[in-house]
Design a protein around this ligand. Structure first.
Ligand SMILES: Cc1ncc(COP(=O)(O)O)c(C=O)c1O
Length: 369
């Protein structure tokens, strides 16, 4: 049985390494995006690859989101378990075992899944008939990221028609994630590149509609492109997810571009060793703070810098105020990328004004199947 601290515990008394979420900031990020969506007449379907918990999905839906995205069936399962009624998997689900689980989710929540092949359409249709459940299907369009998806035009339209006539499937529309442009620095270039990808998505939708099918959903958007994609009239919904905790990486990408988001998630660590002057070692290593997008930043103590990370150690240099750090003192690391950090933890420690308010179990941990 885990030892869990009680609400009311001061942040500095929490054991480490621990994910700390500043609730005021996360809630402000949620509201800011909801307000943006409302002002621009676009729906929100935030991606839970970031939050990985029904707790955050419910908060996002309470703020007006029409539903959420789940990266994998495992993520969709924990969201359905948490009573989330509307889920989109903007990803391909293939193979008998996963498709069986997919319909377990579809029995509880209104579920839509992305396809990009005729084989997948055939196996989904067969399962939909066997389970007697209608499944929503959208087409993933290749919009320039060179990941999954069909080419707009004839290839996309032929697949859309195949979905439309497949028994048990409902053709809902198209999606395309502009993952190749969300981290482009400089708003002008990011906007130009993003609009190019969205043009490909709209071209796919146009061709499908020209051939007589209704495209009810045009789904796209990442945090880096929210105020570009979200302003394109025909895009019906945004899939952005990272704004919930706002990545340090995105703060760098946005630079001086105005936006309403702030970083809400940090990792609390403890100084475990002070081997020599100028060096401090803390307990969050790469297993507690992801380094896929770069080393985390030490925040809140002047003169403290992260020099390197190994599996279980964070090696920091100390100057000025940081030279006073003692073994047992707490430090705060700001990860560059929240998603990959969150995916490694069991709990969120949610705080307000420096005091623990609630602990949220990360039921989405390990749900990458
Ligand atoms: C399909 C899809 N949609 C939406 C997103 C959300 O993007 P972001 O994390 O930039 O908000 C991602 C991110 O990986 C994605 O893969």
């Amino acid at each position: 049985m885990d030892y869990l601290p009680l609400p009311g515990t001061a942040v500095e008394d929490l054991d480490t390494p621990a994910i700390i979420v500043d609730l005021d900031i996360a809630e402000s990020n949620i509201k800011a995006m909801a307000d943006f969506a409302k002002e621009n007449g676009v729906s929100m379907r935030p991606h839970m690859k970031t939050g990985k918990s029904p707790f955050w999905a419910r908060k996002l839906m309470d703020a007006g989101a029409i539903g959420v995205c789940a990266a994998k069936v495992g993520e969709a399962e924990i969201l359905a378990d948490g009573g989330i009624p509307e889920i989109l998997i903007p990803n391909q689900v293939v193979g008998t075992t996963k498709i069986r689980r997919l319909f377990g989710v579809a029995a509880r929540s209104n579920l839509t899944v992305a396809v990009d092949s005729h084989e997948n359409v055939a196996e989904l249709s067969e399962a939909a008939q066997a389970f007697g459940i209608e499944l929503g299907v959208i087409l993933e369009v290749e919009t320039g990221m060179n990941r999954a998806g069909v080419e707009p035009g004839k290839v996309a339209t032929t697949l859309a028609k195949a979905v439309d006539v497949a028994k048990g499937l409902r053709f809902d529309g198209v999606m395309g994630y502009e993952g190749g442009t969300v981290w482009t620095e400089g708003f002008k270039k990011r906007k130009a590149d993003t609009l190019q990808t969205i043009d490909r998505l709209l071209a796919a939708a146009d061709d499908i509609e020209f051939n007589g099918l209704e495209v009810r959903i045009i789904s796209a958007g990442g945090t880096g492109s929210y105020d570009i994609t979200g302003k394109v009239d025909r895009v019906t919904e945004l899939q952005c997810g990272s704004y919930l905790f706002m990545d340090a990486k995105y703060m760098e990408v946005f630079g001086d571009h105005p936006h309403p988001f702030s970083t809400a998630l940090t990792v609390l660590g403890t100084v475990t060793s002070r081997p020599v002057r100028g060096r401090a070692i803390a307990d969050p290593g790469m297993k507690a703070v992801a380094t896929d997008v770069g080393k985390p930043k030490a925040v809140g103590i002047e003169g403290l810098m992260v020099k390197g990370m190994s599996e279980e150690h964070c090696v920091m240099t100390t100057e000025g105020e940081a030279e006073n750090l003692k073994i047992g003192d707490k430090i705060t690391l700001l990860p560059m990328h929240s998603d990959t950090t969150i995916a490694q933890h069991d709990y969120y420690y949610c705080v307000r004004n420096g005091v623990l308010e609630t602990i949220v179990e990360l039921t989405g941990r390990g749900r990458f199947m």
